[in-house]
Design a binder for this molecule. Structure first.
Ligand code: ATP
Ligand code: MG
Length: 137
């Protein structure tokens, strides 16, 4: 089985809908094998999103990600990376398919409720950014 790193973003924790988001993951066939809530520092957000450092929205994105707590989690299942991105829907909620997390809960292209790793290689890097081995079970 495969694992992916998921983040329930500040817009969703602020609205107290983490359970509703998790229900879509579980109904979609993924298992939450690690989960914790924390408030990112700006430095942590900048490090996590370093791949986007050259993008125009990088600073705004990092500010947003540390504006309220997040829930970071490891999701496990068959083709978990791809499956999770299907469950999340398109980056811009306006383009997200019916039944996806971003269609149901996303507010706009930045406040789009969830992050998911984009490849198994990045999933391994992102999981180790937040979790040690014994925290995943
Ligand atoms: P994520 O990496 O969060 O799962 P993604 O892979 O669908 O989302 P990316 O292109 O990796 O999208 O962008 C990372 C995040 O940056 C997006 O989820 C969103 O919060 C923010 N973002 C992306 N595009 C824009 C934009 N044009 N304006 C503002 N914020 C954006
Ligand atoms: Mg991405």
């Amino acid at each position: 089985v495969e694992r992916t790193l998921s983040i329930i973003k500040p817009d969703a924790t602020a609205r107290n809908i983490t359970g509703k988001v998790n229900a879509l993951f579980e109904e979609g066939g993924l298992r939450i094998v690690a989960q914790k809530r924390l408030h990112l520092t700006k430095a942590m957000a900048q490090q996590f999103y370093a791949v986007h450092a050259e993008r125009s929205f990088y600073d705004e994105l990092c500010e947003y990600m540390c504006s309220a707590p997040v829930v970071v989690q490891v999701l496990e299942g068959e083709s978990a990376v791809t499956r999770n991105r299907e469950i999340m829907g398109a980056t811009n909620p306006a383009n997200a398919a019916e039944g996806t997390v971003r269609k149901a809960f996303g507010l706009n292209v930045q406040e789009n409720s969830v992050h998911g790793s984009d490849s198994p290689e990045n999933a391994a890097i992102e999981i180790s950014f937040f979790f040690s081995g014994i925290e995943i079970a």
